[in-house]
Design a protein around this ligand. Structure first.
Ligand SMILES: [Zn+2]
Length: 226
């Protein structure tokens, strides 16, 4: 558990990062163009960006900030994602399918932090169908599709006791990205959650398939076409 001092610090950072978001053309382009994330989602989930002028966070200067917010609206962690145009876009300004992050991490976690589920409010919601996504950004996309979604920051983040949080939910659907890591992730979760269904996201991941088709396409993957 974060200490009270840490919690205050995380809250302060989240507020500062969120305020900086609206001044960042890079973040606006990444969220809206590359990811299809709306301003409403950015506000609800308190997304932010690390100000270039902030010396305390120099290792992640310019990174997107993804706060982990509890159902009681406390910030218990923040993960940071590189959105530098030189990493995410090619020379023509097109968004890369495969990003290049050289000499720095794509994702950065606070020192000593442990991996945990993203959007835990979904685990307590009154839903018949819970969707499990790989990564924070795909979780946000699934939420925009009208799904009740929880995320994990990669296959390694799955921990067996988390199955207990899903036992009271009628249907658990794991959306598996169309790559080796995605199948590893889905397999790890499905092995532990009784009755969980693995739904392949053929042709990409939740975000890419949603932006290439429609939000309805993602809903169809989960609920079928009836
Ligand atoms: Zn990068």
């Amino acid at each position: 558990m974060p200490t009270p001092d840490t919690t205050t610090s995380l809250e302060t950072r989240t507020t500062r990062h969120h305020a900086a978001l609206w001044d960042s053309d890079t973040a606006a382009a990444y969220l809206s163009e590359a990811r299809g994330i709306t301003a409403e989602t950015a506000i609800t989930h308190r997304l932010g960006v690390v100000s270039e002028a902030d010396p305390a966070e120099r290792p992640v200067s310019g990174y997107l900030a993804l706060p982990y917010i509890t159902p009681s609206e406390s910030v218990v962690s923040i993960r940071y994602r590189c959105i530098r145009p030189s990493c995410t876009q090619d020379n023509q300004g097109e968004w890369r399918d495969t990003e290049h992050h050289e000499g720095h991490p794509k994702y950065w976690s606070l020192p000593g932090d442990r991996q945990r589920p993203y959007n835990t409010a979904a685990l307590l919601s009154n839903t018949d169908t819970l969707v499990v996504c790989e990564g924070e950004m795909d979780t946000l996309t699934a939420l925009q599709c009208g799904l009740t979604a929880v995320g994990l920051p990669g296959a390694q983040a799955w921990q067996r006791p988390l199955r207990l949080a899903m036992q009271g939910i009628r249907r658990v659907v794991i959306l598996a990205d169309d790559d080796a890591a995605g199948h590893q992730f889905a397999g790890a979760v499905a092995a532990d959650v009784d009755g969980a269904e693995v739904v392949p996201v053929t042709g990409g991941d939740v975000t890419s398939v949603c932006t290439a088709n429609s939000r309805e396409r993602i809903r169809e993957l989960v609920y079928g076409t009836h």
